[in-house]
Design a protein. Structure first.
Length: 393
């Protein structure tokens, strides 16, 4: 079966890729994208269900890492979203680089804009209309942020040299830091990074229309006053994508030895993360504000993971364990949308005969349901991969 061109907006996905990765293709990049999405499409639920069922201290500690930090701080789950944005930038080097070389700048620019618009519209569709009686979409969300970061990064890549892009990256982080650190929200006497008391949240309150989401806000999540994927915090998200783009430029460089690339990614990533935590003493590491320190911490960890995946998969050639991640990574956005619109947990609940299953499995019923739901979406991912259906723009 030939690849279908129903939209999937994972920048860098290859709709024409065969079931077995092509020679020369960076399998590590597809696998890391799949590893990242794996935790969103049900693996996190398995971790939490395991902790509830067993009460094991180790399981509880692991489950703690699969919740977002309430505000300041950094846990593993805080890495999932920025790492995907990072990978988008890495993938763009290969996809847009090829398009620039074969079809020219005009075609590449049109492609970036069209893909960005479609992904943004997918975000509107994903969150839907949150009101029953009137139009109330969520204008800023996860997919919308990916669309904005990809579009800005893609256009910058089409027009500017790496040296200029490095300046843009530093400028974005510095400008966001300056605004957040020296401009108090109107009505506040002093600058604050606290929820609802900072300039980024104030901008959302006054200039971001329609639905705003944050489960920590009260009285109900649907009554959010600001959004964790808000207006101002989209600026440093572009910097996250640019960090990924520089990782892609490194991996594409033919004059650098593979082990040198690994060293730069791992050591450079460790330095970025350390610098981010150090900066966090003044500009706290806060995902919901996407602070500049958060960009460095998340970007550093993303670079280290990419370096390790590249070392194990593309350099050492140890690929036997990557197959499920490749299934996911080649259709990442598609599976993300399916997880929202197809209630795999409800299907799993029915397959386990709900009430009867609870009697048999007792406290382990939730774990069985979460595991089966994850298995079901993995089967869908495998089906698409085996049939060479890689849905993309």
């Amino acid at each position: 079966m030939t690849a279908t061109t129903i939209p999937d907006a994972s920048p860098g996905s290859a709709a024409s890729a065969p079931a077995a990765p092509r020679a020369g293709r960076l399998v590590s990049l597809d696998a890391l994208r799949g590893f990242d999405m794996f935790w969103i499409i049900g693996a996190d639920d398995v971790i939490h269900a395991l902790a509830r069922a067993t009460g094991w201290p180790a399981a509880n500690d692991l489950a703690y890492q699969f919740d977002h930090s309430a505000w300041a701080g950094f846990r593993f789950y805080d890495l999932i979203f920025p790492m995907f944005v990072f990978i988008v930038g890495t993938s763009a080097v290969f996809a847009l680089g090829k398009r620039l070389a074969t079809k020219g700048r005009g075609a590449a620019v049109r492609h970036v804009i069209v893909r960005g618009v479609i992904l943004y519209l997918f975000g509107i569709l994903y969150y839907g209309n949150r009101a029953d009686t009137y139009f109330d979409p969520r204008l800023m969300g996860v997919l919308q942020r990916i669309a904005i970061a990809y579009t800005a990064t893609g256009l910058l890549f089409c027009f500017f040299s790496p040296r200029v892009l490095a300046g843009v990256l530093v400028g974005l982080l510095a400008a966001y830091w300056a605004v957040m650190s020296f401009v108090p929200a109107p009505g506040q006497k002093h600058v604050s990074f606290d929820p609802g008391q900072n300039i980024a949240n104030w901008v959302d309150m006054h200039y971001l229309p329609f639905y705003k989401w944050d489960p920590e806000q009260r009285p109900r999540p649907s009554d959010g006053l600001y959004d964790p994927e808000g207006i101002l915090s989209s600026i440093p998200a572009v910097a996250t994508c640019l960090l990924g783009l520089f990782a892609g430029l490194l991996l594409k460089e033919t004059r650098t030895a593979p082990l040198q690339k690994v060293l730069v990614l791992v050591a450079g990533g460790a330095a970025l993360a350390a610098l981010g935590f150090l900066w966090g003493h003044q500009f706290p590491v806060i995902k919901k504000l996407w602070t500049s320190s958060f960009v460095l911490v998340a970007g550093g960890y993303s670079a280290m993971l990419l370096g390790l995946f590249y070392l194990v998969i593309d350099v050492a050639g140890l690929r036997f364990w990557t197959r499920p991640f490749l299934w996911i990574g080649m259709n990442a956005i598609t599976l993300y949308l399916l997880w929202e619109f197809v209630k795999f947990d409800a299907i799993a609940n029915h397959l386990l005969f709900a009430g009867y299953g609870r009697q048999v499995l007792g406290g382990y019923f939730g774990l069985a349901t979460a595991t089966l739901a994850l298995a079901l979406i993995l089967l869908v991912a495998r089906f698409l991969y085996k049939r060479q259906i890689f849905l993309r723009v």
